[in-house]
Design a protein around this ligand. Structure first.
Ligand code: AQP
Length: 335
């Protein structure tokens, strides 16, 4: 069976972008006859400072968000990365395969240090894509559902796999494909239609958190940046209107319809009509998730049990692949 791997950083409150770009699709993949492995990538999260207690809370909260979004621990392997040491070990092996020049081209690193002193970024932040390659390759996963922003990292993973195979004269690593599907592969900030909605954006008003209540969601959409024009009659009319396009996209993704279908209903109408309809739809879709997350918050021991069991299942797959990679590279293994 083909294997799917994907992860989310427990680096803050998960957002509507994480839900539409990732979680919702993770849940759907479970019923597509593939093996699904989903990871809370805490080793990635610490590439920027995380307050230790907050990291624990965010990791459990993110696990709850997965489960509340329909990721079923009896159908998928769900765990946090640091409990499976094969990720970090494989990352070291791949650090020695990946080239500095490849890392230098990664736009996420550039975005994350933009406006800051890059000299002061952690080495881990720079090496992030190599750890991500390890996450995928240590399971021989071939399908990686991600948002548009992660495409470059999956392509780098393919390059690393190919170089390993070439250098060691093997076909050991399969080449993974990024799966970028649906209308919401890039949900943008509510305050700036050219910036992606992000859990680490300092402005809370820029995003919908999965834990926001109905009033907060309504308020955030009401205050979302739009433009003075009514909604266009067709999707071509969204060209050059980043904010309008984003709001229509979010509606389409939440309702599981196309942009054209949204505009067939709302074309010619003003934001005073569309924004409340969007808020109502978002509340209807997100409130069952936040209710379930609140229930799970009361039982952290249950979450920890689920992550522990997932880690055990993950280790059973990853460990033999790691051992084989070491063997291929010429490391002595004492029996
Ligand atoms: N705005 C988005 N639209 C669509 N998909 C998104 N994803 C993230 N933001 C959007 C997808 O969610 C998955 C997990 O992402 P991540 O947590 O590993 O890191 P990220 O992409 O860096 O997301 P954030 O929210 O912006 O986190 P911070 O702010 O901590 O860096 C990925 O599949 C991603 O594509």
């Amino acid at each position: 069976t083909p294997r799917v791997f994907s992860g989310i950083q427990p680096s803050g409150n998960l957002t509507l972008g994480n839900y539409l770009g990732a979680l919702k699709r993770f849940a759907a993949k479970q019923d597509e006859g593939v093996e699904t492995i989903y990871c809370l990538v805490d080793l990635h999260a610490i590439t920027v400072w995380q307050e230790p207690e907050a990291l624990k809370r965010q990791t459990r909260e993110a696990a709850a968000a997965f489960i509340a979004s329909g990721v079923d621990p009896s159908k998928s392997i769900l765990f946090n990365q640091s409990q499976v040491s094969a990720h970090a070990e494989m990352a070291w092996l791949l650090n020695c395969v990946a080239r500095l020049g490849w890392m230098n081209r990664m736009t996420q690193f550039k975005d994350k240090v933009a406006g800051k002193n890059a000299e002061n970024a952690s080495l881990g932040l720079y090496a992030y894509p190599s750890l991500m390659a390890a996450d995928i390759l240590v399971y021989h996963a071939t399908m990686v559902p991600v948002g548009e922003d992660q495409k470059q990292h999956v392509e780098l993973t393919r390059d690393i796999a190919a170089k390993f195979n070439h250098d060691y004269g093997t076909e050991f690593f399969p080449s993974p494909e990024p799966l970028i599907e649906g209308t919401a592969t890039r949900v943008m900030s509510l305050k700036d239609g050219t910036k992606k909605m992000s859990k680490s954006d300092p402005a809370d008003a820029s995003r919908i958190n999965l834990t926001d209540d109905a009033d907060t969601i309504a308020k955030k959409f009401k205050r979302a940046v739009s433009d003075p024009e009514p909604l266009p009659e067709s999707a071509e009319g969204l060209t050059g209107r980043a904010e309008a396009k984003n709001l229509v996209n979010i509606y389409a993704a939440l309702a599981d319809v196309t942009q054209e279908q949204v505009l067939a209903e709302f074309g010619g109408k003003g934001w005073g009509v569309f924004k409340p309809a969007l808020a109502d739809l978002a509340v209807a879709k997100l409130s069952p998730i936040s209710t379930e997350m609140a229930r799970l918050r009361d039982d952290p021991a249950e979450i920890d049990r689920i992550l522990g069991r997932g880690a055990e299942q993950a280790r059973a797959i990853a460990q033999p692949i790691l051992e084989r990679a070491k063997d291929i590279m010429g490391m002595v293994r004492s029996l």
